[in-house]
Design a protein around this ligand. Structure first.
Ligand code: SAM
Length: 315
């Protein structure tokens, strides 16, 4: 079947189509990174008017069908990520485990709307991470800044005697992500409520693909995956039943570019510039145990004159 995209960019192709038809038309073993954020079957209303209130077995069968197609089009060594509620990712993870190699269940700490009576307050989404074949062809996770107090800029954890051993590019990424903001920035008010954060999609895209790699997302939504791929120089392909939000977003992609620049400045550094500035304001100096020369080179290159000396001499 020949498919005609509704939007093309220098790197990508968007199809206004049902994911099953779209995926069936793709060539096998062509995709480096496949990501899916399907509807969660919570009875929500989507502009695409899908049925989001199926019987459990029906929903799971539907998910397994498009997951099998995603597996088919994934290259050996390619990565598959599935974003969903723990309730669904438990059975879907078991299904994927029979066909792919399990890497991680990543817990992304984002509070849902409100606590539910007689239940624990659901506070994480599940991000499943699988590989086609025994090991990933591409894996380069970012390093993250030391988590600091939003008021005084002080470290939230005590690194004790290990400060001098810390990598100046930041701490290793764990499988619990607590730094992903919900999407509610004023600039993005118009975007669909279920849009994922650009920080999340950038993290996945940069971890499991290289410039020129092919990224796939069959549930485009507001286009966060495609924007992250486009701005990071990855090729991308995807589908969505109602593409209007994505087309509009690509018309104003400069706002996302600025947002991504800000995300880039705050990763692979031991301390963010704003945390260092907060420390100075609060008179809360940085311990001399940190490898100062490394930190200066890696983290403070953009700080205003005088900040470095003020930061350390007040110790
Ligand atoms: C949770 S949203 C995805 C949000 C997206 N990750 C983002 O960041 O904006 C799920 C999307 O899947 C789309 N969708 C649902 N069923 C579909 C189908 N059968 N084929 C293609 N898209 C579908 C819905 O219209 C909705 O926009």
């Amino acid at each position: 079947m020949t498919m005609i995209p509704i939007l093309t960019t220098p790197l990508g192709e968007l199809h206004q189509a049902d994911c099953d038809l779209f995926l069936a038309a793709l060539e096998p073993d062509t995709v480096d990174l496949a990501f899916a954020d399907p509807p969660f079957n919570l009875g929500k209303t989507y502009s695409s008017r899908i049925n989001d209130a199926r019987a459990d077995e029906d929903y799971l069968d539907w998910c397994k069908a498009w997951l099998d197609q995603m597996i088919r089009v994934l290259k050996p060594g390619g990565s598959l990520f599935l974003w969903n509620l723990p309730k669904w990712n438990l059975p879907l993870g078991a299904h994927l485990g029979g066909k792919l190699t399990f890497r991680h269940w990543i817990s992304v700490d984002i509070k849902y709307s409100l606590p539910i009576q007689n239940r624990l307050y659901p506070s994480h989404y599940s991000l499943l991470y699988f590989i086609k074949g025994p090991k990933p062809a591409i894996f380069h996770p970012d390093r993250l800044p030391v988590p600091c107090c939003r008021h005084c800029g002080g470290e939230l954890r005590d690194y004790g005697g290990y400060k001098d051993k810390m990598n100046p590019k930041g701490v290793s990424m764990s499988d619990v992500w607590t730094d992903i903001p919900p999407v509610r920035h004023a600039k993005y008010k118009k975007r669909a409520a279920n849009a994922l954060s650009l920080k999340l999609m950038d993290r996945i895209v940069t971890m499991a693909s290289d410039p020129g790699s092919l990224v796939l997302d069959p549930f485009g939504g507001s286009g966060t995956t495609f924007v992250a791929a486009e701005l990071r120089g990855r090729r991308w392909i995807g589908s969505e039943l109602d593409c209007s939000a994505i087309v509009e977003r690509f018309d104003t992609i400069e706002a996302d570019r600025e947002h991504l620049d800000q995300i880039t400045r705050n990763k692979n550094v031991l301390f963010t510039k704003s945390d260092l500035e907060r420390r100075i304001k609060a008179g809360n100096p940085l311990s001399k145990d940190y490898r100062l020369s490394d930190i200066e080179g890696a983290c403070l290159c953009e700080t205003p004159d005088g900040l470095q000396s003020e930061l350390f001499t007040s110790v």
